[in-house]
Design a protein around this ligand. Structure first.
Ligand SMILES: [Zn+2]
Length: 188
């Protein structure tokens, strides 16, 4: 029995059988997400570092299909939810951040991309195959806010907000922000 999330697959075959993939995997299963969260948390003193942040579960459900508007191109759609540990850019304290994202991707060969994607991202297949986990990993990284913050300034730690000027915090470019910008450029 293979692992449909990790195994390399042919999207056309998956779409033929309307393959569904249930996801319930730890952050540590997603290489890039883990690296990005680790880099965000690296600014924390050791005593503030959340324990077990890699254990947090990514859950969701993905479905392969031939999309209604792109009949010849396999599509992968679904929802992803995970609560990650992040660092508030306003008060520089750790907090838990709920990430929810929808994934809508068309999977095609280089040069096959239809001009209009109707809200789908385009995922270029290297050799006709893909590992669904790579798409999920990238979708989660892209869903992370460039500048994570407590919902309101009231949620911020007093000591932290006292020590940090809010205007400066907004300007802070974390290593992750730079990575995300690179990814977005690459996706163009
Ligand atoms: Zn805060």
């Amino acid at each position: 029995m293979g692992n449909p999330l990790r195994d390399r697959c042919l999207p056309s075959e998956m779409a033929e059988k309307s393959q569904v993939i249930e996801i319930s995997n730890k952050i540590s299963d997603f290489e890039r997400l883990e690296a990005v969260v680790a880099s965000e948390l690296s600014v924390l003193e050791a005593d503030k570092l959340p324990q077990c942040w890699r254990e947090s579960l990514v859950t969701g459900r993905l479905t392969f299909s031939y999309g209604s508007t792109h009949n010849s191109v396999p599509a992968l759609e679904g929802n992803l939810v995970v609560t990650i540990d992040a660092v508030c850019q306003r008060c520089l304290e750790p907090f838990r951040l709920l990430l929810e994202t929808k994934l809508r991707v068309l999977l095609g060969a280089a040069g096959q991309s239809p001009g209009e994607h109707d809200g789908y991202e385009w995922w270029e297949l290297a050799d006709h195959t893909v590992r669904p986990i790579d798409i999920v990993d990238e979708a989660l990284v892209m869903a992370m806010p460039l500048s994570a913050m407590h919902g309101t300034a009231d949620g911020c730690s007093e000591i932290g907000s006292h020590a940090t000027d809010a205007a400066d915090a907004v300007e802070t470019v974390t290593p992750f922000a730079a990575l995300k910008m690179q990814l977005q450029d690459r996706g163009k």
